[in-house]
Write a protein that binds this ligand. Structure first.
Ligand code: PLP
Length: 390
């Protein structure tokens, strides 16, 4: 291994949400933070050095994104996802969620219906509701913990006011990597009903084993023309604090409208360090990502074995992607609030409450395992002790 993922970096006193907001959010500043989707690993030197080199220049005025910024994304998407795009198809987004919100504003009208597939990443709901559109829930169905899309329900929910669907591909929090047949079926329904597809593919680089991420835009000509795909280095390389993401279009008209909104909101500039870090990551990050995924997969396997053998009262299905475990706590028979309180105050760990992800999240918790093995082991042992004490 070239990179050291066991190294513990003290993140306290850096205004970091995961650690420095513990006191405020959980009323305890020593709880092990395994909630917000943010990794604890050291930023690799090829990113850090690029930022430091730019920082040394000492003037950080307005800057633009050169062709090399876009080329690095074109190459990454081709190498990693076998998707041929050209640099003109890429627009900037100051984060994936802001890009989704811009798309909601640009491509739907107040009162329009937008479909989401809960339990799902909760800002999807807010980008819809806070912009005066209606949320339509096409709930995932779970069979023995394995989640799938419910196409009959999807069809029954669509009417003339339904203009858009926002999907998480791969899916946060359930960890599914959507298969070709599933995406084909989804596209077929969207095509018949003229529903625009917003595909959040922020987790697409962190896919394990034999699973293969398929950008939904590659499914068909309709999908290419009617999908806005969001990708970012923010999960893959832990650069979320740099607010640099991209939207990929296969339709010039849609892209022009999106760009106009971005410009009118004066959000198109981005920031100088985000641009530098993204290009450095996508240019030099191939080996690091392989090692990072191996480390995370070991953490997932370790947590799975530990939980099955030592804490059989809870369980999770191994995710096909993401560093997030979607853990079923229903056998503890607690309300969501009691469960949260128990985890914080008795087990000393902070997770995301499953019910925040909408319908189907009740009695689940999301655990982020993008931490060192040492921290993960400590957290699981604390959890075991607390549950055994019940
Ligand atoms: C599915 C998904 N989309 C978007 C984001 C956040 O993206 P951004 O910080 O770029 O808005 C996350 C973060 O956890 C996520 O899981």
């Amino acid at each position: 291994m070239k990179y050291n993922f066991d190294k513990i970096i003290n993140r306290e006193n850096t205004n970091c949400i995961k650690y420095d907001l513990r006191k405020k959010l959980f009323k305890k500043d020593d709880v092990i933070p395994m909630w917000v989707a943010d990794m604890d690993f050291e930023t690799p030197s090829f990113i850090k050095d690029a930022i430091l080199q730019r920082a040394e220049h000492q003037i950080y005025g307005y800057s633009f994104r050169p062709d090399s910024f876009y080329d690095s994304i074109v190459n990454w998407v081709k190498t990693y996802h076998n998707w041929e795009i050209n640099l003109k198809q890429i627009s900037f987004s100051p984060g994936v969620v802001p890009g989704i919100a811009i798309s909601v504003l640009a491509f739907t009208k107040p009162g329009d219906k937008i479909i989401v597939q809960p339990p799902v990443y909760f800002p999807f709901f807010t980008t819809i509701k806070e912009n005066g559109r209606q949320v339509v829930e096409n709930k995932l169905v779970s069979k023995d913990g394995c989640y799938a899309m419910d196409f009959d329900d999807l069809l029954s929910q669509i009417d003339l006011r339904t203009k858009m669907i926002i999907i998480s591909n791969p899916h946060n929090p359930v960890g599914r990597v959507w298969k070709k047949q599933e995406l084909e079926k989804l596209v077929e329904i969207c095509e018949k009903n003229e529903v625009l597809i917003i595909s959040d593919e922020i987790h697409s680089d962190i896919v394990f084993s034999q699973n293969k991420h398929i950008p939904i835009a590659t499914i068909s000509e309709y999908a290419r023309e009617n999908t806005i795909t969001f990708m970012a280095p923010s999960k893959t390389f832990n650069l979320a604090g740099l607010s640099t993401s991209v939207a990929i279009f296969g339709n010039k008209k849609l892209q022009k409208t999106y760009n106009l909104y971005l410009e009118n909101l004066h959000l198109n500039l981005g920031n100088v360090f985000g641009n530098i870090a993204s290009e450095a990551a996508y240019t030099n990050g191939y080996e690091w990502v392989v090692e990072m995924k191996n480390y995370i997969l070991e953490n997932i396997n370790f947590a799975h074995k530990f939980i099955s053998e030592e804490i059989p009262q809870i369980n999770f299905i191994k995710p096909e992607a993401t560093y997030l475990l979607w853990i079923d706590f229903s056998k503890l028979n607690m309300t969501d609030n009691d469960l949260n309180d128990f985890l914080i105050n008795k087990a000393g760990i902070a997770l995301n409450l499953g019910n925040a992800f909408g319908s189907g999240g009740e009695k689940y918790m999301r655990m982020n395992v993008a931490c060192t093995k040492e921290v993960l082991t400590k957290a699981l042992n604390q959890l075991k002790t607390a549950i055994n004490y019940l």
